[in-house]
Design a protein around this ligand. Structure first.
Ligand code: S3P
Length: 436
């Protein structure tokens, strides 16, 4: 993990430019995993050079997969086939990555060897029963420390497919079970309470595995093979999100975000901002690597508060922290409900955002599954990120319109998902630097 740097963010005037944000984290993790257990070599372009995805690459290397880096943002993965991974006695370190750990738990549950997955201080506090319990009903044996990492996965367990109705909408849990399902006898069927990102399903199909899926539903059976294929990773909508809010709230701004992934299970923030009055246009909508992508043109517009429709919360689960910032500077009140999952992300994002916004003088009432935010003006203050990358970047955006500098402590984790954020942000007009 990069150093525990503190940042200071202050107003810098209108934002301008055309930006390319880094590759999608969810797609990059999955591309590495599927390419590793495919037959043949797969090239991944647009790969996210973040700490989370690099941790997953390092784990797969420890498991005997040869992964080359021909250039930055590119990986050439020499797949070892479904049964070609090799065990190691060393722990497998997923760093800060919940996606890495939960998906790998599914993948490793069906191997012949034992393995231990561990993570950093933040990941070590995140709930794992949501994956270990359904995996156990497939026949896996996984020990946790009271439901928390590290995960000790006992190999050599025959797995059988299950029909599982997810209690919470989680693409990580769905994906873990589908990956275990590759190794299971019979059919694995997943039913979601609300559709979540379907990258695992789409990518399995692209690697030649028969999978039947529709929003909220996925079925596959074990016993097939994955064939190597190249993957083009779109730019991460979740990274673009900070700039969508930044340009919306800073007068005179106009930003273009290039080739952003627009999978409908990711773009809830677009709808939310448009309901608030934002001026965002999708240009050059097209398909790349089987995913919808487009350029997003965002111009400043006065925002007003909304009652966020609960149905779109799962489609913007990672963007809610920056929506809190938009709500805090909008006119009127914003009500967010149905977002209890925020409490088990890299930090308790409802509590972290509420504490941070209050430190800047905002009126915000925390609720068990959301918040009620009264829009107004923000002052300066000190923010604790609780080692959460999206909290750091959200408050960097807040600093653009605060009456005094916003100091953001512990921003090192930004590199987990968005390496180069500081340079890209300053390049379009942020005034973001080391707090010293
Ligand atoms: C992800 C799913 C979401 C999201 C995370 C990435 C994925 O988590 O918050 O950043 O790649 O599957 P949950 O499955 O816990 O909702």
């Amino acid at each position: 993990m990069s150093g525990q740097r503190d940042w200071s963010s202050r107003p810098g005037g209108a934002l301008h430019g055309s930006l390319q944000v880094p590759g999608d984290k969810s797609v990059s993790h999955r591309a590495l995993m599927l390419a590793s257990i495919a037959e043949g070599s797969s090239r991944i372009r647009g790969f996210l050079e973040g700490e989370d995805t690099r941790a997953t690459a390092a784990v797969l290397t420890q498991l005997g997969v040869r992964i080359e880096t021909p250039s930055s943002g590119e990986r050439l993965v020499h797949g070892v086939g479904l049964h070609g991974l090799r065990g190691t006695t060393q722990p497998l370190d997923c760093g800060n990555a919940g996606t890495g750990m939960r998906l790998l738990a599914g993948l490793l549950a069906g191997q012949a060897f034992d393995s231990r997955l561990m993570g950093d201080a933040s990941l070590s506090k995140r709930p794992m029963r949501r994956v270990t319990e359904p995996l156990a009903s497939m026949g896996a044996r996984i020990d946790t420390r009271d439901g928390l990492p590290p995960l000790d996965i006992h190999g050599g367990q025959p797995l059988r497919g299950i029909r599982y109705e997810l209690p919470v909408a989680s693409a990580q849990v769905k994906s873990a079970l589908l990956l275990a399902g590759l190794y299971a006898a019979g059919e694995t069927e997943i039913i979601e309470p609300h559709p979540t990102r379907d990258y695992t399903e789409r990518m399995l199909a692209a690697f030649g595995w028969p999978v039947v899926f529709s929003p909220g539903h996925a079925t596959l059976e074990g016993g097939h093979a994955l064939r190597a294929t190249d993957v083009d990773v779109p730019a991460d909508f979740s990274s673009a999100a900070f700039f969508l809010v930044a340009a919306s709230i800073v007068p005179g701004s106009e930003l273009r975000l290039q080739s952003v992934g627009l999978n409908p299970r990711r773009t809830g923030l677009l709808q939310a901002l448009q309901l608030m009055g934002a001026d965002i246009t999708i240009e050059r909508e097209r398909e790349a690597g089987g995913e919808p992508v487009g350029d997003l043109l965002v111009r400043h517009a006065p925002l007003h508060g909304i009652e966020l429709p609960e149905a779109i919360v799962p489609d913007m689960i990672d963007e809610l922290p920056v929506l809190f910032i938009a709500a805090a500077v909008a006119s009127g009140r914003t009500i967010i409900r149905g977002a209890a999952e925020l409490r088990v992300k890299e930090s308790d994002r409802i509590a972290t955002m509420a504490t941070g916004l209050r430190a800047l003088g905002a009126q915000i009432e925390e609720t068990p599954d959301g918040a009620i935010i009264q829009g107004g003006r923000l002052g300066g203050g000190v923010i604790e990120t609780h080692l959460d990358h999206r909290i750091a970047m959200s408050f960097a955006v807040a600093g653009l319109v605060a009456a005094a500098p916003v100091r953001i402590n512990d921003c090192g984790h930004v590199a987990t998902s968005f390496p180069g954020f500081l340079a890209l942000a300053n390049g379009c007009g942020f005034k973001l630097g080391d707090a010293g």
